[in-house]
Design a binder for this molecule. Structure first.
Ligand SMILES: C[S@@+](CC[C@H](N)C(=O)[O-])C[C@H]1O[C@@H](n2cnc3c(N)ncnc32)[C@H](O)[C@@H]1O
Length: 258
């Protein structure tokens, strides 16, 4: 089986609603978030995926520039085509690796940096990639700018503060990165579940656009064989069963947390 270390291939390209992401970042609504951004703000959503978050905010604020940054835009042109349909001209789509954000942007470029459900995937195996991405996000944020990175694994569940808040403590992007990685790293049991889900669900849902294109809707990805197999085959049924159990477990855990 083809094994890869690229996080992209382990993190499904999701499309949470704009309102749910605004709330996840600590706002009451997209409208409230849009209101709070400074005039002519430059904003980036790192690991934006297929979410309409930036589009909805940018429609309310034609003066700002919003960058949706995601690895998948380069890896799958179909994803880029789909996500950019109907986007206003103040939204830019940039393909790239979050760990190399500083290769693309100068230090202190953005007034606000958002990132949701990217770092928890990046620290599943080891903290290095998540730490590099967090450091890069810190560096490209203006002094006094805002950084919001989720999902938080603690009860706070959000982080929203000025960059200078960290400067006064330590002035160091390394310390910021350590805090963020610790705050977004999944617990042992959640990591285990997430990996199982990634192994079965992600190759299927994450590449569902490919599957649609190639007329493979009735097939499911078999991670062991490294190929799509019929849903109704013996192995296909087993994978679906395993997937259902993992998703049910996840739903149960989420329900207990609420
Ligand atoms: C779980 S999705 C989250 C999408 C969106 N933020 C949301 O909450 O719906 C994670 C996204 O991170 C992207 N991604 C994974 N590794 C990346 C990397 N190294 N650099 C940039 N994007 C990455 C994936 O392509 C995917 O779209």
């Amino acid at each position: 089986m083809h094994k890869t270390n690229t996080v992209y291939e382990n993190a499904v390209t999701t499309h949470r609603s704009a309102e749910s992401l605004a709330r996840a970042h600590g706002f009451e609504s997209v409208a409230e978030l849009a209101e709070q951004l400074p005039e002519y703000a430059k904003v980036i959503d790192v690991g934006a995926g297929a979410s309409p978050f930036g589009v909805e905010v940018a429609k309310l604020r034609p003066d700002i520039t919003w960058v949706n940054f995601d690895y998948s835009y380069g890896a799958d042109p179909e994803i880029l085509k789909e996500v950019s349909i109907g986007a206003p001209s103040n939204v830019e789509y940039v393909a790239g690796d979050a760990t190399k954000l500083t290769d693309v942007y100068e230090p202190e470029t953005f007034d606000a940096v958002f990132s949701y459900w990217l770092l928890p995937h990046m620290s599943l195996d080891e903290p290095g990639p998540a730490r590099a991405a967090a450091e890069a996000m810190y560096k490209v944020t203006k002094i006094g700018g805002r950084i919001s990175i989720g999902s938080r694994n603690d009860r706070l569940r959000r982080l929203f503060g000025g960059k200078d808040q960290y400067n006064t403590e330590s002035g160091s992007s390394e310390e910021f990165a350590d805090k963020i990685v610790a705050g977004t790293k999944l617990s042992k049991s959640a990591s285990y579940l997430q990996k199982l889900i990634n192994e079965t669900a992600t190759p299927f849902f994450g590449t569902s656009r490919y599957a649609k294109r190639e007329g493979k809707q009735k097939q499911i990805y078999d991670p062991k064989a490294g190929e799509y197999i019929p849903l109704s085959s013996k192995e296909g049924v087993k994978i679906r069963g395993r997937l259902a159990i993992e998703l049910a477990k996840r739903a149960y855990i989420n329900k207990r947390r609420k």
